[in-house]
Design a binder for this molecule. Structure first.
Ligand code: ZN
Length: 358
């Protein structure tokens, strides 16, 4: 089967006219075309922070659940994910199955003793941290460090974080850091980590450094804003103030970060949530529609080393009937999903919202 995509490609909206040869984009045309696809094209959506495959703390990855959740990603137009932390090491087909998203991952979360979700992740002593993180990153390209967990937890120091970054970069890997505290975020940014996850209490004076060294911010806004009412209903406590205050300062921080040149990327933090909802949160925080969509598409692909619509690049695309920059709601209605040159979803009669599809 031969396909020709004659569509407007974001971010510029310029017309592209490409065919697919051996899973790659090509600008050579053949006459026996089965499908000529028109519309508005993204190189796929990307969820750079999700933890598929397990539901309850302590459970290992369940392959059937993992497959189901990744298939739902495809329904939603998500052609690549990054998992900064998994319940266990994933099966060999994770990221390579031809019908499921590309996947990057950091193996199990790495945390200090006494921190993080009981039953998940590995607890590492300070003296072992750099070596363990480097060993993980040498295997999968990424490690995920919990810089701080609870409100009163001791954060990983800047000195230790710098030793971790040095060891991981030394093996060609990258470091993703979870932080919800000011000192953990400061240590991560000063140590030059590759991605800061959440980071709601980050001091804005560090944004220029973040921008200069290319540390991205993955706020995962939706997962926090969804819980804020539950905390607001509680009695005053330091934990309540920490959670509510962090969630309330997140939008302005993200806007300032973007203005300082920090790359903002979109993540759901859970396969239960839609990446489109996160795009809308980023837009509500003040990113332009192009920036918000880019955070979950071409900017994220570039960060993960995936190229987009050039001849010779892998043929990944999601096609919409309207320009998503004009109407973010259309992102819930992907018409075509193409991955590694293969059509995985095509328009359905009636085209109901992706989350309603079976
Ligand atoms: Zn997470």
């Amino acid at each position: 089967m031969s396909i020709r995509i004659a569509a407007h490609a974001l971010p510029s909206g310029e017309a592209i006219d490409l065919t697919i040869q051996d899973g790659l984009w090509s600008d050579e045309y053949s006459l026996d075309l089965d499908d000529r696809i028109i519309g508005w094209a993204l190189p796929g959506l990307v969820d750079v922070h999700t933890h598929p495959g397990a539901q309850k703390p302590g459970q290992a990855i369940d392959e059937e659940l993992l497959r189901k959740q990744l298939s739902k990603n495809i329904d939603q137009g998500v052609t690549a994910i990054r998992s900064p932390g998994l319940a266990s090491n994933p099966p060999d087909w994770f990221g390579t199955d031809s019908e499921l998203p590309r996947a990057f991952h950091a193996g199990p979360w790495l945390a200090q003793p006494g921190q993080f979700i009981t039953g998940w992740g590995r607890r590492i002593s300070n003296s072992d941290f750099p070596r363990t993180a480097a060993a993980q990153a040498a295997t999968t390209g990424w490690c995920k460090i919990i810089a701080d967990w609870g409100i009163d937890d001791e954060c990983i120091s800047e000195e230790l974080m710098a030793a971790i970054v040095s060891a991981v970069h030394g093996v060609g890997g990258r470091v993703a850091v979870h932080s919800q505290n000011e000192s953990g975020s400061a240590a991560a940014v000063r140590a030059g980590v590759d991605s800061l996850e959440h980071g709601m209490w980050l001091d804005e004076s560090l944004l220029d450094l973040m921008s200069k060294q290319g540390t991205v911010l993955v706020p995962t806004m939706k997962v926090f804003s969804l819980s804020v009412d539950r905390f607001l209903a509680q009695e005053d406590s330091p934990k309540r103030d920490w959670y509510v205050g962090g969630t309330q300062r997140h939008p302005a921080l993200i806007k300032s970060a973007s203005e300082a040149g920090v790359r903002i990327l979109a993540g759901t933090d859970s396969p239960e949530f839609s990446i489109v909802a996160e795009i809308k949160e980023l837009a509500a925080a003040g990113l332009t529609p192009t920036e918000a969509i880019g955070a979950a598409s071409w900017l994220a692909r570039d960060f993960l080393g995936l190229s987009s619509f050039q001849p010779g690049a892998s043929a990944d695309a999601v096609i919409y009937s309207e320009d998503p920059r004009e109407n973010l709601d259309i992102l819930d209605f992907p018409e075509w999903v193409i991955l590694r040159g293969k059509v995985l979803r095509r328009p359905k009669i009636g085209n109901e919202p992706a989350e309603n599809r079976q």
